[in-house]
Design a protein around this ligand. Structure first.
Ligand code: SAM
Length: 255
């Protein structure tokens, strides 16, 4: 099947339910676990002396609030209103500017740094979507501003671990009670992997599903798309908390 034909089958309007459904957004952090990845992003912002940071696909705001706590100007953009509601609750002093919208809605900030944590890059399935996202971030950066993002390495075949580990996970989430989540890998048609999360809210028996598709791009593919969008790749690092699993791209606005 051609890529375009597959994309037309998996296309869904808006962000996945796990980010956009209010009940699922409220339990997202509990299932996401410890965010050992975020310290490395704060360290990167320090290393770059970034004062103005744009967090694209900020979700429930875990990184944005950490960055804002260090006195930086931070803008978080996400199309999932329910995730932004969770994020705002973590930011009672209103230090972060939260923007509800797709990556195309990123304001022209002259940002020193743009981040896309939590493998946001993989939600852009089509070549056009990805190119559009890179261009939008490019516009929001100052000249020589940096874009830092991670994406899972396709050769690590993370989906095989997801498929092998089919055991439900249960979390107690304040305000939601006991919640059980199952993950089912439904289709692997590289570079795309589609999967379903099923959440069972034990307090009232409600069951909510969330379908997702991610794209696994090669390092070469990403480097070439960055160059086309006007970036220079400065470094490709490892994620310290997940060695060998992710590419962490550090790119600079070059044009
Ligand atoms: C796996 S979550 C990562 C959230 C956050 N960056 C983190 O590290 O916790 C992916 C996020 O990408 C967002 N997203 C999906 N489509 C998007 C788009 N077109 N533009 C910007 N963000 C998008 C989702 O709503 C979701 O919050």
């Amino acid at each position: 099947m051609e890529i375009e034909e597959y994309l037309s089958l998996v296309w869904r309007p808006g962000p996945d339910a796990m980010f956009a459904h209010p009940r699922l957004a409220r339990v997202y952090d509990a299932f996401d676990g410890e965010r050992d990845d975020l310290a490395a992003y704060v360290a990167l912002a320090d290393e770059m002396a970034a004062r103005v940071v744009l967090d694209v696909g900020c979700g429930t705001g875990s990184l944005a609030v950490l960055l804002a706590a260090t006195g930086r100007t931070v803008v978080g953009v996400d199309p999932a209103a329910a995730s932004l509601d969770v994020a705002r609750a973590k930011d009672p002093a209103g230090r972060v500017r939260w923007v509800h919208g797709d990556v195309g809605a990123v304001p022209d900030l002259g940002a020193d740094l743009a981040t896309m944590t939590g493998n946001v890059a993989q939600v852009f399935l089509g070549d056009d979507d990805w190119a559009r996202a890179l261009r939008a971030v490019h516009r929001a950066l100052r000249p020589n501003g940096r874009l830092v993002f991670e994406t899972r390495r396709p050769d690590r075949r993370a989906w095989e671990e997801w498929a092998a580990d089919g055991e439900p996970v249960t979390r107690h989430v304040p305000g939601s009670g006991e919640v059980e989540r199952c993950l089912e890998v439904r289709d692997v048609r590289l570079p795309f992997v589609s999967f379903r999360h099923t959440y069972r809210f034990l307090a009232d028996g409600a069951v909510v599903t969330s379908d997702s598709t991610l794209r696994f791009r090669s390092r070469d593919e990403i480097e070439s798309s960055l160059a086309t969008a006007g970036y220079r790749v400065l470094d490709v690092r490892d994620a310290p908390d997940r060695p060998g699993r992710e590419f962490v791209f550090v790119a600079e606005r070059a044009t």
